[in-house]
Design a protein around this ligand. Structure first.
Ligand code: SAH
Ligand code: SF4
Length: 325
């Protein structure tokens, strides 16, 4: 398997020196542990870090094939500390932050495995990116730099559960990515129940941070709203969303909840989701329904829960050596 991104690895460095380098440092910070293909063309990649932790990324072709959009959903942490009641990653607890190298490497592996360059990157895999902002900011600069992946920052989106201090810090990061905020409820009472982060920064504090966030011309903040039957999908919820977002250039992504075994939620019916969309929509507030992708193979939003397991000894070294030579 050839590699274009470590130009000195295959040929110009003598084998002895290359072996010595590989023994010293993770030239390729992730080893591939497997891929899963869903019926709709979505692909999940499972990786191992050098210390045996498991993470996942998902490559999502546009559901309209004539558009050439190809989105890579990447992880920023092993597990997650924020404990949202509906999320598979939360069940893992917090493992550790990923380094910038481990974050960016997910893109290079995806390119190598698919033979295509993703057009869009979303930090919507495992972890809370604003809880790992130093490494995420370094990764953003590499992803956007012409000598790195050369992606437009307009095509990179960082999603947060509502870490307000992180939103204010992200506002100063350059290049500035798009911001997505997982709102998921319209009252503090419900949001406290499903997202513990809300007990630290409530909806008012979160929306104030969103309002402060610098937006380029014609840019909007994306508000994700996962729909749970009987929890946050009432007519009153639908009526409150445009009011809450009234002073923020916004768009809303409604995400039908993707089932996670053992969690006590249900996805609303299709009719209810469509009716909810109609009630939320305003001339200046676009509302989209995010079609669940790859949910037959546990690779939709919130279904990423790669568990660490025993890695056979020598697995990482073998895998890395294959990748760079
Ligand atoms: N930690 C960040 C980014 C990762 S989660 C955040 O919370 O925003 C990415 C998105 O998946 C979030 O909008 C989250 O609300 C959503 N999500 C989590 N679990 C889900 C599930 N089971 N079904 C649908 N969406 C889910
Ligand atoms: Fe973490 Fe986001 Fe899952 Fe909440 S929804 S537990 S913040 S990954």
């Amino acid at each position: 398997m050839g590699s274009v991104r470590i130009p000195f690895a295959p040929t110009t460095v003598p084998r002895g020196l290359r072996d010595a380098l590989l023994a010293q440092a993770a030239l390729v910070p992730l080893a591939l542990d497997g891929t899963v293909d869903a019926a709709d063309g979505t692909r999940k990649f499972r990786f191992r870090t050098h210390d045996g932790r498991a993470i996942e990324s998902v490559l999502i072709p546009d559901d309209k094939q004539e558009r050439s959009k190809l989105t890579l959903c990447i992880s920023s942490q092993v597990g997650c500390a924020w404990g949202c009641a509906f999320c598979a990653t939360a069940t893992l607890g917090f493992g550790r932050n990923l380094t910038a190298g481990e974050i960016v490497e997910q893109l290079y592996w995806a390119m190598e495995l698919s033979g295509q360059k993703p057009t869009n990157i979303v930090f919507m895999g495992m972890g809370e990116p604003l809880h790992n902002l130093d490494h995420v900011a370094r990764a953003l600069s590499i992803l956007a730099h012409p000598w790195g992946a050369g992606l437009s920052p307009r095509r990179i989106t960082v999603s947060t559960s509502g870490v307000v201090t992180g939103i204010d810090l992200l506002a100063k990061v350059r290049p500035l990515p798009n911001l997505a905020i997982s709102l998921n409820a319209t009252t503090d009472e419900i949001r406290n129940q499903i997202m513990p982060v809300n007990r630290r920064w409530n909806i008012a504090a979160l929306l104030a941070a969103a309002q402060r966030f610098p937006l380029g011309h014609h840019r909007r903040i994306t508000f994700e709203y996962v729909l749970f039957a009987g929890v946050n999908d009432s007519d009153m919820d639908a009526a409150r969303i445009p009011k809450l977002l009234a002073n923020i250039p916004s768009k809303v992504n409604l995400i039908p909840w993707n089932p996670v075994p053992g969690l006590p939620y249900q996805r609303p019916s299709e009719e209810r989701i469509l009716a909810f969309q109609t009630m939320v929509r305003r001339p200046d507030l676009p509302v989209y329904i995010r079609t669940p992708r790859g949910d037959d193979a546990a690779m939709a939003c919130g279904q990423l829960a790669a568990r660490d397991s025993q890695v056979p000894s020598g697995f990482f070294e073998l895998n890395v050596a294959r990748h760079v030579s």
